[in-house]
Structures are given as structure tokens and as C-alpha cells.
Ligand binder design. Structure first.
Ligand SMILES: C[S@@+](CC[C@H](N)C(=O)[O-])C[C@H]1O[C@@H](n2cnc3c(N)ncnc32)[C@H](O)[C@@H]1O
Length: 272
């Protein structure tokens, strides 16, 4: 049963625990580790902020799940004022310390992961980077979020796994295979083996942190077409797909092929 969009808080509590103090966001994150992926995101964010400023003179951004603020810096550098939310208290604390005294950034610890959706405020741009796959009912979440976007405004999300039933067989095998090759070098094997046995049996443990944190990565991926269908009623929608994997060698080898593992969505020109 899904309560709210986050299993009644279980998933958000798992986010908080998994992204505790000292968490290394870069280690398992292809979009932070690999320059090309990171630069593509930076380029898109910068263009979205500049478009808003050209249109209205300002860009008020809501960045959900900002982690340690890698892309908050990019948004601010492009001229935005940013409200960042974090389900992880430690990460919210980190962000508060980083942006203390900077009135262009406000930080909010979102304990339920959806408190922000109940606010009256509207935004020119909502940003979610590597966040949607952490939210069980992401379609309901995005549906509520689109109501907070100002007329003409935009939503941007990136770094989520393509829906597995729709991925090509070659892309799926390459994606899972390159992940396991990388995972073998990362230690913590006991947990890795226990998780693998559960997955092979097709079982998800609703109390196991690894099954809750990477919610859709370990299930079916994220349904990019369901999101496109939702957003296209009120936005101009671009779904872009690309190759992404943790290990640098597999990234370099496969990013120029036609294999696609992940996607982003850029929804612009909001017509509420
Ligand atoms: C994979 S990290 C990405 C962090 C950052 N966006 C980046 O790309 O470096 C996902 C982050 O989203 C946060 N998160 C997950 N669900 C959330 C929600 N509903 N509201 C706010 N933050 C959330 C987690 O705590 C975690 O810090």
C-alpha cells in the first residue's frame, strides 16, 4: 500500500539514514563523477535559469533533494534565487553551513519529503537531480509539483534509470553488468550478497535500507513515458536519454554507442 507518495514516511526515513553525516554523494553518482554527464546538466540548468531571467527578470528555483549542493552552485551562478529541500537532516545541515549568510539560497529540511508540495509559493523552475527514483509514487509527486510552477515556468529532472521493461535488452544487460563490475570493487560484500539473493528471488524488503533508498533502481526503473504523458498537458516536454554508469572505463567505452540507460525530462512553457 502506498501512503502519500513515500510509503507513510518509511522511504524518507531511509533517505535520511542513508545520506547521514559524512555521506559521499560523488562515489556512486555517475552524473557527479563523469565530466561529460555533469557538464550536460550544468549547461541545461544554466540555459533554463537564463531563459527565465530573460522572460521575467528573475528565476525563483525550487531544488528538491539538493544533496551537498553541487548543482545549487550552478543555479546561483546563473542568477537564480534557490530554495533547496533535503529529506536528509545531515545534508540540510551541510547546505545551511555552505550557504550561511548567502541570501540567494534558503535551505529547508523536508522531513516528510512532500511538505514542500503543500506550500502556497510558486516557482519559475523546479529541479530534481537524481531524485525521482527515490520517490515511490513519483507520478503523483510530479502532478502536485506542477501545480506550484508559475505560468511560463519549467520543470527539470535528470539521472533516473529508464523504465526497465522498455529498455533494449542490450542496454539493460550492459547497465546491470557494468554496475556489478563496479560494485565488486566497492567492498561491503555481505550486504551486497544478501541484497542480490533477495533480488534473484524477486523479493523487496520494505524495511531494508537498500530496497527503500534506491527505490526504483532496484525495482523497474522510472517510467519516462508516464511522466511525459502527465506533463505534456501543461508543458512543452523533451525527454532525453543517455548512457550512464558508475565505472569510468565503462562510461567512456559505452557513452558514444547507441546504448541508453538513463533519462532526463525538461518541461518548459507552463500553461496551467
Ligand atoms: C542521489 S542524491 C542526489 C543529490 C543531488 N541532487 C546531486 O545530484 O548531487 C538524492 C537526494 O535526494 C534526497 N531526497 C530523496 N527524496 C526526497 C524528497 N522527497 N524530498 C527532498 N529530498 C529528497 C535524498 O536525501 C538525497 O540527498
Amino acid at each position: 500500500m502506498v501512503v502519500g507518495v513515500n510509503h507513510g514516511g518509511e522511504v524518507v526515513r531511509a533517505q535520511d539514514a542513508a545520506h547521514a553525516e559524512g555521506h559521499d554523494y560523488v562515489k556512486g553518482s555517475p552524473h557527479l563523477r563523469h565530466r561529460k554527464l555533469r557538464e550536460d546538466i550544468e549547461r541545461r540548468l544554466t540555459a533554463l535559469v537564463r531563459d527565465s531571467i530573460a522572460r521575467t527578470g528573475a528565476c525563483r528555483v525550487l531544488e528538491i533533494g539538493a544533496g551537498h549542493g553541487t548543482f545549487t552552485d550552478v543555479l546561483v551562478a546563473a542568477g537564480a534565487r534557490v530554495t533547496v529541500t533535503e529529506a536528509s537532516e545531515a545534508s540540510a545541515e551541510h547546505l545551511r553551513a555552505t550557504y550561511a549568510g548567502d541570501d540567494r539560497v534558503s535551505v529547508f529540511h523536508d522531513e516528510t519529503g512532500e511538505f514542500v508540495l503543500d506550500q502556497e509559493e510558486t516557482w519559475d523552475l523546479a529541479v530534481m537531480i537524481s531524485v525521482i527514483h527515490h520517490i515511490p509514487d513519483y507520478v503523483a509527486f510530479l502532478d502536485r509539483l506542477q501545480g506550484l510552477i508559475a505560468p511560463g515556468g519549467a520543470m527539470f529532472s535528470v539521472q533516473d534509470p529508464l523504465f526497465y521493461p522498455r529498455r533494449s535488452r542490450a542496454a539493460h544487460v550492459a547497465s546491470r553488468g557494468s554496475y556489478f563490475a563496479w560494485r565488486l570493487g566497492q567492498g561491503n560484500y555481505a550486504r551486497g550478497v544478501a541484497t542480490r539473493i533477495r533480488r534473484l528471488r524477486g523479493v523487496y524488503d520494505e524495511r531494508a535500507e537498500s530496497d527503500l533508498v534506491e527505490y526504483h533502481v532496484v525495482r523497474q526503473g522510472v517510467d519516462e513515458e508516464a511522466i511525459r504523458t502527465l506533463l505534456m498537458e501543461q508543458f512543452d516536454v523533451e525527454v532525453f536519454t543517455y548512457w550512464s554508469t558508475q565505472g569510468p572505463v565503462w562510461q567512456r567505452l559505452l557513452e558514444k554507442t547507441s546504448l541508453r540507460s538513463d533519462f532526463g525530462i525538461q518541461a518548459t512553457n507552463h500553461r496551467p
